[in-house]
Design a protein around this ligand. Sequence first.
Ligand code: COI
Length: 354
Amino acid sequence: MKTDTSSLEIIKSTTSKLDQTKLDKLVFGEIFTDHMLECDYENGKWKTPKIKPYGPIELMPSAKVFHYGQAVFEGMKAFKDEDDKIWLFRPEENFKRINVSGARLAIPEFPKDYFFNGLEELLKIDKEWIQKGFGNSLYIRPFVIATEECVSAAPSTKYKFMIICSPAQAYYSGEVRVKFSETFSRAADGGVGYAKAAGNYAAQFHPTNLAKEEGFQQIVWTDANTHEYLEEAGTMNIFFRVGDKLLTAPTSDRILDGVTRKSIITLAEEFNIPVEVRKVSVKEIVEAARKGELKEMFGAGTAAVINPIVGFGHKGEKFELPKLEDTYASFFKDKLMKIQYNQAEDRYGWRYEV
Ligand code: COI
């Protein structure tokens, strides 16, 4: 899609923070580029989006987002290739998903042309913030919040859609071990688990803190009814390699339909790696680990990319995974990143040039 800037107001920053920003050894999500996109919804319609200098926004304490958590978000990345071209990865999926999430939280649909025109223009203005090289990217965070000043428990009549961008490297800086949840749940049938609702993430913080005290970085959520089936981790979908077989849970109304997750499934099929999308039980993974058949676990997500998991805990027992030379995690990461950075053929039309 070509950028039509007529439906966009642009106020450029007169200064840039880029010169004073250290872009090596970035901690995820702490630094933001010079500009952001803002678009308000009022009287039943989205107004003209604005790109303006990154900075504070003013909201009344009665804004509904503070009281009822009516908020959804997305995670995307932009990559710069060796010729300075900028690429997004499957952005249509994120556009669709923010509206799917929004619909579940009674947030009005955001228009496609506003999303793509605004995002592309924002990336062009802040393109110097995108560093070249495998592992460097610009993390893009579109989100919508309810801004109506009213504390009655009903959907807001006003919203703010925004996009902010953060130069990114790795999400996790060290080894990742996960705890299989035994009591806490992330999502229930008929709930909002499939949506990127802000509250889904807030609700994970307390159980994750408890798991951290036991030496784990993340929780793998199990189904709310029985806690017998493994669903997804806090910041990513999850894959298991048992023997040569790759296993991952099917998406459902509880599990996020991750873009990285579905890209891995497609790549596995292309490269004849047996992949089973089905319910994965705690029992079978614990048994496979005991027999030495559990070769790998890894998480997959936009922020985390493909992150190996080196061990897990369940019911007081801790398991370490073998240290393999050739892993599926590194195979898929390489294939995926080569597509993202315009270094490999894009067979599926996943790349989107800005
Ligand atoms: C992403 O991977 O983009 C996410 O939204 C996960 C988030 C917790 C960083």
